[in-house]
Design a protein. Structure first.
Length: 186
């Protein structure tokens, strides 16, 4: 049997320092893990914020465009030289065409059919002689309602009718389909 020996004082200090060191490294591991989790959350938030911001900018752009179009429509409708032509029947596309020699055309109505995403409606000004002139692209809303404004002066004596055709999404320089709607102006 060996006699019990008292360990040297420096050995005890070394063992206690080793235990403290492990506790500190575990604490550091938790701190690094927590920091990594916080960084991951910030990255997810940044991506979400970017997508939300982009969507809001697109929505604001669409609303601004709609506001400008409605402002132009009000300008045409408020001119003293504006005249109106009503068109359509029950259960069919119907509405009104407002024409102003100095203001332009407002074409508004309801009950147009929904189109595939690669198609759009194109409004045409049909002269008594010559080729139709494009008066803009538009799409009906979910309920079939539509408004298309063509600002600018018009020679109403030369316009015989307005027509609507279904065209590729980017439009066409001339009608590529038979018009789905023709409104006589004369």
């Amino acid at each position: 049997m060996a006699e019990p020996l008292e360990p040297p004082k420096h050995l005890r200090d070394r063992v206690l320092a080793s235990v403290r060191s492990r506790k500190q490294s575990i604490g550091w591991m938790y701190a690094v893990g927590g920091l990594a989790a916080a960084c991951a959350l910030l990255l997810v938030y940044a991506l979400w914020s970017t997508n939300t911001s982009r969507s809001l900018r697109e929505e604001i752009g669409a609303l601004t465009q709609e506001r400008d179009q409605l402002r132009s429509a009000v300008e045409v409708l408020s001119r003293p030289d504006t005249r109106m032509v009503q068109f359509g029947k029950e259960n069919a596309a119907r509405g009104r065409v407002f024409l102003s020699r100095n203001g332009g055309v407002v074409f508004a109505g309801s009950q147009l059919p929904q189109l595939a995403s690669d198609k759009t409606f194109q409004l045409w000004l049909i002269p008594a002689t010559g080729a139709p002139r494009s008066a803009g692209l538009f799409r009906a809303n979910a309920q079939g309602g539509f408004v298309n404004v063509v600002p600018g002066p018009l020679n109403l004596a030369q316009i015989q009718a307005v027509a609507v055709s279904v065209e590729p999404r980017q439009g066409s320089p001339a009608p590529t389909t038979t018009p789905i709607l023709v409104v006589s102006i004369g």
